[in-house]
Every structure is written in C-alpha cells, then in structure tokens.
Ligand binder design. Structure first.
Ligand SMILES: Cc1cc2nc3c(=O)[nH]c(=O)nc-3n(C[C@H](O)[C@H](O)[C@H](O)COP(=O)(O)O)c2cc1C
Length: 438
C-alpha cells in the first residue's frame, strides 16, 4: 500500500553553494547575484516542489577556538545573504511554488516585519512565508545593541507576543478597504482601517499597518521548535514545521505530539504540516549510491571542523576546547539551540566525541539508492509516520550544486510522481492554499 501524497520542499541558506564540489563552476563568486537560486527555483518547480525555505542567521562567529577563522574558512554561517530580497526574485521566475524567509523575533520589530511580509505577499501574489525564529546566538544580538538574548523560554514568550502583534497589523485593514472610487474621491475607506493600540510586556505598537495585507492575509507561518516550549509555540502558530527527529519512531512521536498540541490550541491538526529533513544520496546503481554515501560520511578534518564549528555557533559553546577522544563533559549547557545540544549529548552517551561524530546523522532517515529505490523508501517512511512530507537539504560541503539539484529534480521527483506521492500541479493560487490542499 502506498502512502498518501506528501509535500516536498528544499531547505537551504542563501549561502555559498558547495564550493569544493567539482560542479561548483563560478558559484563561489557569483551566488550573491541570485542566479544560482533562480535556476534552483525553476528546477524545483518543474519537479513539483511545494516550497523553498531559507534559513538565516546574522553573525560572523568566533566561538570555535576564539577566532572567526573556522567560520570563514569553511563558510559555515558566513558569508550569508539576507533571503528577504531574494524571495520576490525567485517568485518572478516561477509561477506556483512558495518561498519562506527566516526572520528573528529577537531582532526585527513587529511593525517592520508585518510590513515587509505584507509587501512581499503582494509582490509574489501570495507565495511567501515567514520562518519564525527567536535566534540562538548572543553574538548576533550584539549586532543589534543587545548584550545577551533573553533566556531560551522567555524568547518564546516574547515571540508569542510578537506574532500576535504582527497578525493584528495584518488584520488592521478590513477586506475591501481600498475602494478607488472616482465618484466619491476615496482611494481607501478610513472607516475600514483600524489602529491596534497594542501595549504588551515587550512591544508597544499603535498601528494600523500602512498597507493592506496580501492575497494570503496571513502569509504562511513556518517554525522549527524542538524543545517543549518551542513545540508549544510552533503548534499554536505554524502552518508548517521543520524538524530533524531521528528515525521513524521519533518522527512519528514528533508529529503526533505537534498535532495533539495543535488540537489543544483549538486548531485542526491537519492545518499543521510536519516536514522532515533528508539528504538523499542518489546513484545510477545501489553500489554507486553506497560508495557516494561512504565518501560523504568519511570523517575528515574538514568535516570535524564543520560539524563542531556549526555546533559551536548555534550553542555558543566552544567545541574546540574538548578532547575529541573523550566523552562530552556533563556540565555543558546552552542558552542557544537546546534541542541541538540535547541530540548531540544523546549521541555521545557512552562514546567519545569523535565516535559520536562518525555516527553523525543530520537527517531524519538515511536515504541511499537509485531514484526509484529512494522513492520507494520515502513512500514506506511516510506510510509509517503518517505524513506530511520531506525537506531536502543539499549536504552543504559537497552537494549543494546544480548537479545535485538536478539529481533530485530530474531523477527522484519523477519517480515520486510516478507513484502518486507528490503533486503534479498547483490547483490553488496561493502557497498557503496549496499547502493546505493535502
Ligand atoms: C530545519 C530547521 C531549520 C532551522 N532554521 C533556523 C534558522 O534559519 N535560524 C535560526 O536562528 N534557527 C533555526 N532553527 C532553529 C530553530 O528555530 C530552533 O531554535 C531549534 O530547532 C531548537 O529548538 P528550540 O528553540 O525549541 O530549542 C532551525 C531548526 C531546524 C530543525
């Protein structure tokens, strides 16, 4: 029996594609002009993807070893472009797919964010979404006049107020407020545009927004909370959730938990789509794919510096200080990505850090094979989990390349479609409606 159709999306930073790949061409120098990403958007829409999601962060980190060397040497969190201006460019070269940008509730003001999102929703005719993050790094906070971020759980409380202000601003123009009536001489009807007079614990915003909301009303809300507080926040607000639980059982547990929480918040569980990160390894034969996977999983010095560098950035714990051949000390804590650190701690139980890195699996399930066999594996996994889809992530060191994108778009996606597992058209006019369609 086959799984029901599921959603397919791509997760990426607006960052240098895999510059060490022999298929990188000139992209290490030209990616910031957006053309690589425009090509990618065209390919993914042709393949039937639902959306592209751009993660983001705004720092050059010196946490690893007390220097920016590792971050810049490997291009980990920088250089990175702001995905917001990229989104309308991607919408211009496509017709249906959705595009999500990450913006932080710790650094934006609710008014600016509501205005930017509403404007982009108009510019793209209803095809944008906002990935709501609270950010994890004090170092980023220092770029915005903050010495420290709020404590982890309080960041979510602030995000909760932030999002309610943003929604109130999007609702501050009643439908039909623009009348453009030459007879009466009114462009907009002021009786349909209302201030919000918000005064809360963190924000004071008068409103109204100075433009009406776009075709989606409230653009798609995306979230990736993993901690209890984060899950609660996500299940209350998000239309789509990004997650990286490990293995089918954890995937199912995460989805069931999010859906139950959504119902507790008075929502329909089907209004929240849960997407799981995968990095399929594709070959013309199983043996080819196994060999590519073996090479990809080799623990080189570059890989160690990359994995521990990223852990250091997102937890603000200097992982260079630890002995690789000893376990992770018990007293390591973070005010950053708590669930990231917890997952790493679980992996290191009874192991040295090096051993844990060798078993490092950043994706929900490992998918290695021919396009047809990987499509079959995805079918089985979705059937076992219950839905809602996969978030493909090109492995950043080697496979974020036009070649890999084509392997997915021209190899895997057609196999998935043959099985009726992904969409073959976009019947609705907005991203949100297409997402809600199944
Ligand atoms: C797939 C995925 C994408 C994420 N994207 C971002 C991002 O772009 N920017 C960011 O600051 N955090 C990002 N995060 C971190 C989450 O927002 C969240 O902080 C993290 O999953 C830890 O959960 P917690 O905050 O509930 O502890 C992402 C997490 C996941 C799993």
């Amino acid at each position: 029996m086959a799984a029901d159709p599921f959603h397919l999306a791509w997760f990426t930073p607006f960052k240098t594609p895999a510059w060490k790949s022999p298929w990188a061409a000139d992209t290490p120098f030209t990616w910031l002009n957006g053309e690589y990403y425009m090509d990618m958007a065209r390919s993914l829409e042709r393949a039937g993807f639902d959306f592209m999601m751009f993660e983001d962060s705004t720092l050059v980190s010196d946490t690893y070893g007390g220097t920016t060397e590792n971050d810049l040497k490997h291009g980990l969190h920088s250089p990175k472009g702001d995905p917001v201006p990229l989104l309308p460019m991607l919408a211009q070269v496509t017709e249906h797919m959705g595009f999500i940008a990450t913006m932080s509730t710790s650094f934006y003001s609710p008014f600016i964010l509501a205005r930017v999102m509403a404007t982009m929703d108009h510019l793209t005719k209803g095809r944008v979404g906002w990935n709501v993050v609270t950010s994890s790094e004090d170092l980023a906070g220092k770029n915005y006049g903050l010495d420290h971020l709020l404590q982890h759980d309080e960041r979510y409380e602030m995000a909760d107020e932030f999002i309610s202000v943003v929604k109130a601003l999007w609702d501050s123009w009643e439908p039909g407020a623009i009348v453009a009536d030459r007879e009466t001489g009114y462009l907009a009807d002021h009786t349909k545009v209302h201030p919000i007079h918000h005064e809360g614990k963190y924000f004071k915003v008068r409103g109204p927004l100075n433009l009406p909301s776009g075709p989606q009303g409230h653009p798609v809300i995306c979230q990736a909370g993993g901690s209890p507080k984060g899950r609660d926040f996500a299940s209350r607000h998000a239309n789509v959730l990004l997650s990286a639980p490990k293995g089918v059982d954890q995937m199912r547990e995460y989805r069931d938990d999010i859906r139950a929480r959504a119902v507790e918040h008075g929502r329909d569980a089907d209004d929240v789509k849960v997407m799981y990160i995968v990095q399929p390894v594709l070959g013309e034969t199983q043996a080819d794919a196994d060999e590519i996977a073996r090479r990809r999983n080799e623990l080189t010095q570059d890989q160690i510096e990359t994995i521990l560098g990223i852990m250091s950035i997102t937890t603000e714990v200097d992982f260079k200080q630890f002995d690789l051949d000893a376990p992770l000390p018990d007293d390591v804590t973070t005010n950053g990505h708590q669930s990231g650190l917890e997952q790493f701690r679980k992996r290191t139980q009874g192991k040295t850090i090096r051993e844990a890195l060798m078993g490092q699996q950043t994706e929900a399930v490992e998918l290695v094979g021919t396009p047809a066999s990987v499509a079959a594996q995805m079918d089985e996994v979705m059937e076992a989990v219950g839905g809602d889809g996969f978030l493909i992530r090109g492995e950043p060191v080697r496979t974020h390349s036009r070649r890999y994108i084509d392997e997915i778009a021209s190899g895997l996606a057609p196999e998935l479609r043959k099985r009726g597992l992904i969409r073959s058209d976009y019947p609705e006019s907005t991203f949100k409606a297409n997402l809600a369609a199944f």
